[in-house]
Design a protein. Sequence first.
Length: 126
Amino acid sequence: MKPAGTPVFNFSHKICQAVRKGDTTWGYRFELLCSAPGVDPIVAVPLIAALPEVGQRFRREVAARGGGAPFNHDSGQRRVQRGIWGGRAKLRTTLYMPTLVAIRFNPAIHTHGEQLLHRGKPKMVA
């Protein structure tokens, strides 16, 4: 987390205070995120601070804004490998480690990752 005084840290602190006071808007998003396996308050608060649209947008929009949706660089006959170059880089780095934990310990996600590897996808994609 960034040092005190930076906008993201201040916003995270305000979210924590709002959740403790019973604010329905932030509390709903916080509870929604914490209900997912492997997401705890340490992950949920920075996620809400970096992506306040959680719970209001469609999942594909959230994935694109978070930098997790693949984008193409195709032009005419040229077709190149897709990449996740768009979105918010800080959010993408925040979610990297919880994603690795989910792949390792969540059986459904682990199985899906293994299927992707058997289909020839690179390990960072799976």
